[in-house]
Design a protein around this ligand. Sequence first.
Ligand code: AMP
Length: 358
Amino acid sequence: MTGSELSALPPGSTIGILGGGQLGRMLSLAAARLGLRTHIFTPEAGSPASQVSDQTTVAEYTDLKAITDFAKSVDVVTYEFENVPSKTAISAAVAAPIFPPIEALDVAQDRLTEKTFISNTAGVPVAPFYEVNNEFDASRALKVLGGKCVLKTRRLGYDGKGQQIISSEDMCAPAFKALGGVPCIAEQFIPFVREVSVVGARSPSGQYSAYPLIENEHRNHILYQSVCPAANDSGQAQSYAQSIAETLDYVGVLAVEFFELEDGSLLVNEIAPRVHNSGHFSMDAGCTDQFELHIRAIAGWPLGNTMPTHVTEMTNLLGEDMTDWETLAGDPDTRLHIYGKADARPGRKMAHINRRKS
Ligand code: AMP
């Protein structure tokens, strides 16, 4: 079934979500507000999403019988992480529509496919890149890309994991080895002035709606803070994000992360075919939040309003930050969102807070 054939799912319908983390949890809460039910598929018992959902299947993603049974029990399937194995997504799609489309997963799972698709098919600029399959490719990449680049594994990298900066010939072989000798991509090192993102949604009928530009600050490669609306929003990032969504015939929320250069031009760093950490501000921004936006899109509902009424700053709380929860809970200007994870390991995303800035 294609997006355009999907009629709106009435209240009482069930959304199936692959993944039981905090994104699945916030999607379930948004679905519940709209009178929709959720069924979570996760390998983890007692997951953050299961705690607030109607039903959970606990099984491995490779258990294709369990996936098919799960998909048969729901009206539409979606996912909260982009590394859903393709066989899993295909098995689900046999029994129920799956949104965002499987092509978006294929693009987002492999950095080489992603960069090639974004630049060649969608016509949106990315950092110059080079395919690296061995240490010799890494040295060639260094020369071609101007003497400094970021070597990244093509698959399964996140939050800066699976990356090495190389800036001299003798760094190439050790960097490739440190990444496990797996297929990589080298990207030119971009001296960006800031990192920004666009979170927007496309509906089955082709309606597209995005929040204003979001400015993101990372610490130790993990998102620390996002502010929306960001200063100096030319609208170019939203137009690039819309082109990518249209080229993919996308349905659901799509996040696009960019590097902004000194002259204001933008290069896509990566896309996420799902709700995104930089969109969490929207929960307290006076408009439709990104979780409801996604549920509305995949259920074939009108998208809602993505124009915030004020500036909101979102800050992630990691394991080590949770000792402060009582103080934060006592601050009337802070909206606290805790994910229900049992184990507050250092560096683990446990919660976030939203604060109104103006
Ligand atoms: P990624 O996992 O691709 O999102 O990269 C994590 C972080 O590494 C980004 O948010 C940037 O801060 C930095 N980074 C990634 N690629 C580049 C690049 N080509 N040039 C400069 N910094 C980069």
